[in-house]
Design a protein around this ligand. Structure first.
Ligand code: SF4
Length: 182
């Protein structure tokens, strides 16, 4: 099966890498997408599995604060992190994680290469290496990435995860190259 033109290579990416319009107010770095990252993945013949934006789905586009852009990013991110820890948000995060797990398992079961996860550092939800906590950017994972990693580990699936930032394109491409090269 699947002996057509597909590469059978997949990478999971945070939603806003492809859709900057989903990101919290004041933090978009590009009009539409992280073009260079997207182009690099496509040129590498790697399909992009866009993960859902947990904050948009849990809190709405304005993250429940129409004045969010007036705060320093890490301060607003800390508030968002607290909101994302409400029971309803945790429940939805877990639901979203299960949807991702199902897809990942399907690809693995069919011998596709799931090369890893590209998250967004500093995000309270999608940070991989850094997140926002106590009004600072600190070492650690965002809530969605943490839940995803833990559920994957329960299934003995160990995906490489990297975090990037929209304004650090060269660093991002270097990390992605390492990810793709295993
Ligand atoms: S980092 Fe995650 S939560 Fe934040 S905008 Fe991107 S996809 Fe949404």
């Amino acid at each position: 099966m699947y002996n057509d033109l597909r590469s059978k290579k997949i990478v999971l990416v945070s939603h806003c890498i492809l859709n900057q319009n989903a990101i919290s107010d004041g933090t978009a770095d590009y009009p539409a997408a992280l073009n260079k990252v997207v182009e690099y993945l496509l040129q590498s013949r790697v399909s992009i599995l866009q993960m859902p934006c947990p904050e948009l789905l849990c809190l709405g586009l304005d993250r429940e604060n129409i004045h969010g852009a007036e705060q320093p990013v890490v301060v607003e991110n800390t508030r968002i992190r607290q909101s994302m820890q409400r029971p309803a948000a945790i429940h939805l995060i877990n639901t979203l994680v299960q949807q991702m797990i199902f897809q990942i398992e399907e690809y693995i079961r069919n011998s596709f290469s799931v090369l890893g996860v590209i998250g967004m550092n500093r995000s309270p939800s999608c940070g991989v290496n850094t997140t926002s906590l106590n009004n600072q950017e600190v070492t650690g994972e965002g809530l969605f990435i943490k839940a995803l990693r833990e559920e994957l580990e329960k299934k003995d699936i160990h995906l490489k995860m990297i975090g990037i930032k929209g304004q650090q394109t060269e660093k991002a491409l270097k990390s992605i190259t390492e990810l793709l090269n295993g």
